[in-house]
Design a protein around this ligand. Structure first.
Ligand SMILES: [Zn+2]
Ligand SMILES: [Zn+2]
Length: 270
């Protein structure tokens, strides 16, 4: 109120061990899109247009709406019918925009135990962005999990591998250890099949872990800094992902969320 930063807050900020690394602000500014966001259609808290407005307000040029797939019933995953209705809603929203901002028709599709995808072929064909993630049987045996992930990221219809280890780093009830798999084999399959590796920015996920980001870099992968937002304000989580990308020295051009919507669509439709 007095126009000064309270002493207590100033001290906390000075002591902050997560002080942003040099260049983080530039990367945050360069990120113009997000490939992972939920709405009230599945387990998010807001309608499509509120997520879109928030993304525009923070300077994004595009946003992928990626609600859950049918088998994830706890998250109100979308049946083929509901996904068709959502696609219609997204198309309708886009048709009302005159400023160039664009919503992508997307999905966060469950990777089934054998690496297959949890939605009909017909519906998958209608989507701009397919992010594939594991949400079940995360404790699967190492070799079986490797085969499961390699199969999913090698599917030409998959564009992004979401939160690859499934870990949750918060202490207490929210904690979950990472899935174990041959990360080199999985990321080499990503690179060979043009599947983007997601840096999930959520503070409780921080996924992939640092050592896995290094392996994905060596394998030649592209990355997406994604918020995995379930509410409009959570789109800001991208700041945390951007800090990690800077810490790992990832070139901005290898981060597809710095690309224009046209460039991204051209690349995913190859
Ligand atoms: Zn997920
Ligand atoms: Zn998600």
């Amino acid at each position: 109120v007095d126009g000064r930063v309270p002493e207590y807050l100033a001290r906390l900020q000075d002591d902050d061990p997560t002080h942003p690394p040099e260049g983080a602000d530039d990367l945050v500014a360069a990120v113009v899109g997000d490939l992972h966001a939920h709405t009230e259609w599945s387990d998010g808290g807001s309608p499509i247009d509120e997520m879109a407005s928030a993304a525009q307000a923070m300077g994004h040029e595009w946003l992928a709406i990626t609600d859950h797939s049918p088998r994830l019933t706890v998250a109100n995953g979308l049946s083929a019918e509901r996904l068709a209705a959502q696609i219609e809603a997204i198309d309708e929203w886009n048709s009302r925009q005159a400023n160039g901002f664009r919503l992508f028709r997307g999905i966060e599709i469950d990777i089934l135990d054998d690496g297959a995808l949890d939605q009909s072929d017909e519906m998958i064909e209608r989507l701009d962005i397919v992010t594939a993630s594991v949400h079940s049987h995360l404790r699967m045996d190492h070799d079986a999990m490797t085969a499961r992930l390699v199969a999913a990221v090698s599917d030409p219809r998959v564009h992004v591998l979401g939160h690859c280890t499934g870990r949750r780093v918060l202490s207490g009830r929210g904690h979950r250890p990472p899935s174990t798999f041959d990360a080199r084999a999985v990321f080499e399959a990503c690179a060979a099949n043009d599947t983007i590796v997601e840096i999930n920015s959520r503070p409780e996920r921080v996924d992939p872990p640092d050592e896995l980001i290094e392996i994905a870099l060596e394998a030649g992968c592209l990355f997406a800094i994604d918020s995995d937002a379930h509410a409009p304000g959570q789109l800001e989580f991208k700041v945390l992902g951007a800090r990690r990308a800077v810490e790992h020295g990832i070139e901005p051009d290898r981060i597809v969320t710095t690309w224009s919507s046209d460039r991204l669509l051209e690349w995913t439709s190859r």
